[in-house]
Ligand binder design. Structure first.
Ligand SMILES: *Cc1c(COP(=O)(O)O)cnc(C)c1O
Length: 224
């Protein structure tokens, strides 16, 4: 496992596959291991990481704060329950996985309480898999007017997960659909303010990059 090399390889691939490499950020998913994995990422001179469980996020955050290591950019990518927002709200840079209006309302409320504006993405279940979270397109559009009333959240873009498959056509179909949805929402509802497309994991990030991802979330490939 050479984390530094793995990160560099992905950075090179961003240049190779993305139509706009300057807009793309690699997010290292550290959910498989403990704090030592994050320490290895920091030692490789990288600091953008993501967790998918709120309590684990809280515990790892606490570990680094106690060590006075404050330069980590924390992303949250998992299914978030309203009663656990408090564990992440103050330190999270971006919540990728907002999939319900009730959750967004609670994030907004708690953000207001700590005088913060919280960056979020709306998670969309493009392929309609039962096992995955995320909005169905029509339901999302129905909720948008309510989202726009929430003053302490900042909607930056969309997130999706493709089905786990090696079929590149399916991957591409999912990612290009998310991009098309972002373009449509930008035109009809957000006057161009949606800038982010969080899509692409170890299995499918090259296709996601080709289709315009701005945030790729990679775990296994970094730590393999
Ligand atoms: C685990 C996870 C990833 C990273 O997946 P890998 O296959 O390890 O790259 C990305 N996004 C989400 C939402 C995840 O839960």
């Amino acid at each position: 496992m050479d984390i530094k090399k793995n990160i560099q390889d992905i950075k090179d691939e961003i240049k190779k596959y993305s139509p706009h490499p300057d807009k793309v950020k690699l997010i290292v998913v550290t959910k498989y291991g403990g704090v030592e994995d994050i320490e290895k990422v920091l030692a490789a001179n990288y600091n953008v990481i993501a967790e998918n469980k709120a309590q684990v996020f809280r515990d790892k955050l606490k570990y680094f704060k106690e060590k006075k290591i404050e330069n980590i950019e924390w992303h949250f990518i998992g299914n978030l329950q309203s009663n656990k927002i408090k564990y992440i709200i103050e330190d999270v840079k971006l919540i990728h996985s907002v999939n319900k209006l009730s959750l967004a309302k609670e994030i907004d409320k708690q953000a207001k309480a700590v005088s913060k504006k919280v960056n979020i993405l709306l998670e969309v279940n493009i392929f309609g898999e039962e096992s995955k979270h995320g909005y169905e397109e029509a339901a999302l559009i129905q909720d948008l007017a309510e989202y726009k009333k929430l003053e302490n959240i900042n909607i930056c873009g969309l997130m999706t997960m493709a089905p786990y498959t090696d079929d590149e056509d399916i991957q591409r179909q999912v990612f290009s659909s998310l991009r098309a949805l972002k373009d449509r929402l930008n035109k009809e509802y957000f006057s161009g303010n949606l800038t982010e497309l969080s899509m692409g994991m170890t299995n499918d990030y090259k296709v996601a990059l080709e289709e315009g991802a701005t945030l790729i979330r990679i775990g296994r490939k970094i730590f393999e």
